[in-house]
Design a protein around this ligand. Structure first.
Ligand code: NAP
Length: 261
């Protein structure tokens, strides 16, 4: 009788985690998108700026670890400053390694002021926070993203598609974000980096906290789908973009029909 020796090799399927950075990831749209990244299996470097958001971000780190079993870190950085963006990208690389699979540029602010009263330092702050920050982050992260099927997603706004009264600086920045994404999409398509933007309509976050209930009701009445959006409805657009392999250079605008393109 032949003694056959069967060697059974245990094949282990190891799921390689992907790594993401999100700016302004602790609250509002950013928080919903951070949770979505965790649900999709990404390790996440979550950026925040304000001391008041430190605890929120640390709680999110714990939530990602316990709910989704991914790694997460909290990184304080003012993304309007190049050196802070460097600190953020370096922290992600140090924590997760030299492969960044998704960069979500989300941080943003608004002034909501008529253009004559708006001071130069105020509109410069909006341009630097909403647009220049995204250029810094793309510039610094791209070397870790090229040639590997990766994605950049930038939060624009319907203000980047249309004009909005008292939002000249914000509209200029958000139109710039869309232009930045289109140009980078063309330049980096051959190197397998997809670049798209999300242009939300009105979404219920702290950005609308100055608006009273009557005004909110009046705003909701102008939206064909009849309600102001929820952050999770924007996280759904992020999931679509991250999984839509043939999509690049596009603007996805979840706005309840407020702007029909
Ligand atoms: P939000 O609740 O006010 O959150 C703003 C986020 O941006 C916070 O996480 C904040 O961090 C972060 N941030 C601001 N300046 C920063 C800086 N210099 N460095 C790093 N982080 C900074 O507003 P949101 O509605 O979620 O807005 C998120 C994005 O969606 C923005 O780009 C906004 O323009 C866009 N958007 C919002 C709406 C809307 O209706 N809500 C509509 C269209 C587009 P801290 O917590 O640390 O301050």
């Amino acid at each position: 009788m032949v003694n056959d020796i069967f060697i059974i090799t245990k094949i282990q399927v190891i799921k390689m985690a992907k790594n993401a950075i999100i700016t302004g990831g602790s609250r509002g749209l950013g928080k919903a998108m951070t949770l979505k990244l965790g649900e999709l299996g990404y390790n996440v470097a979550i950026n925040y700026r304000s001391d008041s958001s430190k605890k929120l971000t640390e709680d999110l780190v714990e939530e990602l670890k316990s709910e989704y079993g991914v790694e997460a870190i909290a990184v304080q950085a003012d993304v309007s400053k190049f050196e802070d963006c460097e600190k953020l990208v370096n922290a992600a690389v140090e924590a997760f390694g030299e492969e960044i699979d998704a960069l979500i540029n989300n941080a943003g602010i608004t002034n909501n002021c008529n253009f004559i009263d708006l001071q130069p330092e105020e509109y410069e702050r909006v341009i630097n926070t909403n647009l220049v920050s995204m250029m810094h982050m793309c510039h610094l992260a791209l070397p870790y993203m090229v040639d590997r099927d990766t994605a950049i997603v930038c939060t624009a706004s319907v203000g980047g598609l249309t004009g909005v009264i008292n939002q000249a600086d914000y509209c200029a920045a958000k139109t710039g974000v869309i232009g930045l994404c289109r140009a980078l999409a063309l330049e980096f398509a051959p190197r397998k980096v997809r670049v798209n933007s999300i242009a939300p309509g009105m979404i219920m976050t702290d950005m609308l906290k100055g608006v009273n209930q009557d005004e909110l009701n009046a705003l909701a009445a102008t939206i064909p789908l009849g309600h102001i959006g929820e952050p999770k409805e924007i996280a759904g657009a992020l999931e679509y973009i991250l999984t839509a392999d043939y999509l690049t250079g596009q603007v996805i605008s979840p706005n309840g029909g407020f702007v029909l393109q």
